[in-house]
Design a protein around this ligand. Structure first.
Ligand SMILES: [Zn+2]
Ligand SMILES: [Zn+2]
Length: 191
């Protein structure tokens, strides 16, 4: 079953719609990496710790901003980092994307989803730390979904339909904030 799901920041000012939500259209993952935790720390949120960050990966063409788009901000933990989009109104992490629209991918933070969204069970866990080892159970499943979705978006031209990048310049619609060293050190401290 697919349906459209409403995505809202904590305060409700930034609201989007995600189309075609269902396990066949995206991948439900949990990311346990330090970067996701550091990003939460920088935004002043509770450290997700061992629980990780719950994400639904799909194509950006499925995502439509409904209102409050002026609240959309974007940060990078380092110059080469992925784009971490958040709601500036209330510092809610919302979406992760690549640096270019030509890699059409979005990871939606599922805590922004309306209740009852059917995204299926968690299929992949990234950066699970166990006895000093880091593993990625189900990573092959995640990569297969990501690659096939990106290929379909590229072939169909739908990759140009994205709320995150300007269609002509290919630049992010908002200038990314890059953390400086002191901010980065603070964000990662205690992890
Ligand atoms: Zn908000
Ligand atoms: Zn992560």
């Amino acid at each position: 079953m697919n349906k459209d799901v409403t995505l809202t920041c904590t305060c409700g000012a930034l609201c989007a719609k995600l189309l075609n939500v269902g396990p066949q259209h995206g991948t439900h993952i949990v990311c346990h990496c330090d970067d996701c935790r550091a990003a939460n720390n920088h935004l002043g949120l509770d450290d997700p710790g061992a629980e990780g960050v719950d994400l639904y990966q799909t194509s950006p063409s499925n995502l439509k901003i409904l209102k409050g788009g002026e609240n959309l901000g974007v940060m990078k933990l380092r110059q080469a980092g992925i784009l971490r989009w958040y709601a500036k109104c209330c510092n809610t992490p919302m979406y992760n994307t690549m640096k270019s629209p030509k890699l059409p991918f979005v990871g939606v933070v599922t805590s922004t989803m309306e209740d009852g969204a059917d995204i299926g069970p968690v299929k992949t866990r990234g950066f699970v730390k166990n006895n000093g080892k880091t593993t990625h159970p189900g990573m092959r499943h995640m990569m297969a979904g990501m690659i096939s979705r990106m290929a379909r978006e590229r072939i169909s031209g739908r990759w140009k339909d994205t709320p995150f990048f300007d269609a002509s310049s290919m630049e992010p619609v908002v200038e990314p904030i890059v953390l400086d060293k002191a901010e980065r050190d603070a964000a990662y401290s205690g992890l």
